[in-house]
Ligand binder design. Structure first.
Ligand SMILES: Nc1ncnc2c1ncn2[C@@H]1O[C@H](COP(=O)(O)OP(=O)(O)OP(=O)(O)O)[C@@H](O)[C@H]1O
Length: 553
């Protein structure tokens, strides 16, 4: 590392941006007058991330490609590490996305250039592992360069063949996600908490580029995000894809730079950064983690954390910093990660066992999906505000006191949960669902489980309420019958007809509140209905003693 004083060699001109490791400045070399970018990293703040920083420097210094940001040197001054890089005046694609998503014509160019960069890296035995719009920089002429090798892996020679094989599909996956990010303005699943996405990605169908896009583009994305890493084409293959073949000259990307510049001068950026300031630092409370968008930079002494742009690597950091609230016995086993088990702690972070599994499973030289998935999760980020205030994370880490049923209703309620509802949800979830569908099912499942834990009687009450309403809703009963969900016989059994008819005769608008229905006139006769019916009446008596009494009971 050069020993000269960087302050003498360079003059800092302006701040360009701040990432999870440090702040980037525009600077000028006092001798050559060459404009550069300098990333300054506070070594005091960096804790165990110094090795990652060193890795970044090592990887960058070995790269010699027009598609990779050029690295000039580094200095240590006081407690600061300075990394001097090529200055890319066009900014990052994340910046350029601020005025809105890119056109397909621009996306095709960016992807083609990134594919060239990936091809170079793969030949060199390097994996970037953090490909995202924020790490794609543009020169003022529209040249595209990959940047930020903070998590790039420089593979040792003896492992490089196998790992290049593994790494290639990982980067292709990230490329597909970045393509969606450029087309839609944000990556898929950005509406979910990144921790949650950790669970969803391995279980769900791969993301799909939805919207008014060409079939060539959609096809390109679908190839990048194929579930099985072995099925994904290489960078070389993708360079021959018709979508990429259609891409024009990089100078066209100057339009994006101009668009951003106009957008900035219109004052929109100032408005946005003000709103970000109000949400960018939030109180850190291990029992109720509130997330906003971004990377968890560090927990400050005053109890605030700064959030910028979250990647899997930052989630790992969060997991470490919040370990006090995570007890070991709250470990969740994700047995449905492809090809093996991955231990995930209460915050949803895949543990180091992944690497163990990778070593063990790779003896036959095949790609290991667990490792793939773990790395694919690097693409997870939360660009939109998101808050978890329901303590759902902390709930996992404390001992949940489960209420034992004390009534017969409670026993039946718990049995309903264990024998009927949860197995039903599990069966439906095992189907080939999209991530948001799995998420919705999980919320339902969690709700039922929680209700069962705090008051199993209420499970039964809920079911009774549902059945009662169903019985009184003739129109819906007919529809269910038409759909074949319930048989005609079921609907025409005296006890069902009874309430439906009484309801329809007294009120054509049959979605009336069940509490007002004259249910006691003709009690149901089948044993199950009778039990439910009697319990329902009991509940009504407890809940609405006056109105129930006045209805003539
Ligand atoms: N070589 C460069 N030339 C011009 N601008 C740059 C350069 N490197 C970074 N920047 C700007 O500085 C910002 C911060 O960059 P940095 O690499 O520190 O963080 P990031 O990539 O945005 O986030 P993270 O490091 O958390 O993944 C970028 O968003 C970009 O706008």
């Amino acid at each position: 590392m050069p020993r000269r004083d960087p302050d003498e060699e360079y003059t800092i001109l302006e701040k360009l941006g701040t990432g999870s490791f440090g702040t980037v400045y525009k600077a000028i070399n006092n001798d050559t007058k060459k404009v550069v970018a300098i990333k300054q990293i506070d070594l005091e703040d960096s804790d165990d991330d110094i090795s990652e920083i060193q890795q970044e420097i090592a990887v960058l210094s070995q790269c010699d490609s027009q598609y990779i940001t050029c690295y000039y040197g580094s200095f240590v001054k006081g407690f600061k590490l300075w990394i001097v890089m090529e200055y890319l005046a066009g900014g990052s694609c994340l910046d350029l996305l601020k005025p809105g998503p890119f056109d397909e014509s621009h996306i095709a160019i960016v992807l083609r250039e990134l594919l060239h960069g990936l091809e170079y890296l793969h030949v060199e035995g390097k994996i970037h592992r953090d490909i995202k719009a924020a790490n794609v920089l543009l020169s003022d002429e529209g040249k595209v360069k990959l940047a930020d090798f903070g998590v790039a892996a420089q593979l040792s020679n003896n492992k490089s063949r196998r790992n290049t094989f593994v790494g290639t599909p990982v980067n292709i996956w990230s490329l597909g996600i970045t393509a969606i990010e450029m087309a839609r303005g944000e990556p898929p699943l950005s509406e979910y908490h990144p921790m949650r996405v950790l669970f969803l990605i391995p279980k769900a169908r791969p993301p799909v580029l939805e919207g008014n896009f060409s079939s060539a583009f959609k096809d390109f994305v679908s190839l990048c995000v194929m579930k099985n890493p072995n099925d994904r084409p290489t960078a070389k293959d993708l360079l021959r894809h018709r979508f990429i073949k259609s891409a024009r000259n990089t100078t066209l990307l100057q339009e994006l730079i101009e668009r951003y510049s106009n957008w900035k001068s219109s004052g929109r950026e100032r408005a946005e950064s003000t709103s970000q300031k109000t949400t960018g630092a939030v109180n850190y409370d291990t029992s109720s983690i509130i997330w906003d968008f971004g990377t968890i930079r560090k927990v400050h002494q005053d109890g605030t954390i700064r959030l910028d742009h979250m990647t899997f690597k930052e989630m790992r950091r969060l997991e470490r910093s919040s370990s006090a609230s995570v007890s070991n016995n709250a470990t969740v086993k994700l047995s449905d990660f492809p090809r093996g088990n991955v231990e995930v702690n209460a915050l949803g972070i895949a543990e180091a066992q992944v690497e163990q599994a990778t070593t063990n499973n790779n003896s036959n030289g095949t790609t290991n999906s667990i490792n793939m998935m773990n790395e694919e999760l690097d693409t997870i980020r939360a660009p939109r505000p998101f808050s978890i205030t329901d303590a759902s994370l902390s709930r996992l880490s404390r001992n949940i006191s489960i209420v034992d049923p004390v009534t017969e209703e409670g026993v039946v309620g718990r049995q309903l949960v264990n024998d009927i509802i949860l197995p039903s949800v599990a069966k439906i979830k095992s189907n080939d669902l999209r991530a948001n569908e799995i998420e919705a099912m999980s919320i339902f499942e969690k709700g039922v489980e929680e209700l069962d834990r705090v008051n199993p009687d209420l499970v039964l009450t809920t079911l009774v309420e549902i059945l009662s309403r169903l019985k009184t809703n003739v129109e819906l009963c007919d529809k269910l019958s038409d759909l074949g969900v319930v048989s005609d016989a079921f609907l025409t059994t005296p006890e069902l007809v009874l309430d439906a008819s009484s309801s329809s005769s007294s009120d054509q608008n049959s979605s009336k509140n069940s509490a007002d229905t004259p249910v006691e006139e003709k009690p149901p006769k089948s044993p199950i209905s009778e039990i439910l019916y009697i319990r329902w009446i009991e509940q009504l008596r407890i809940k609405w003693p006056i109105s129930f009494g006045s209805s003539g009971s």
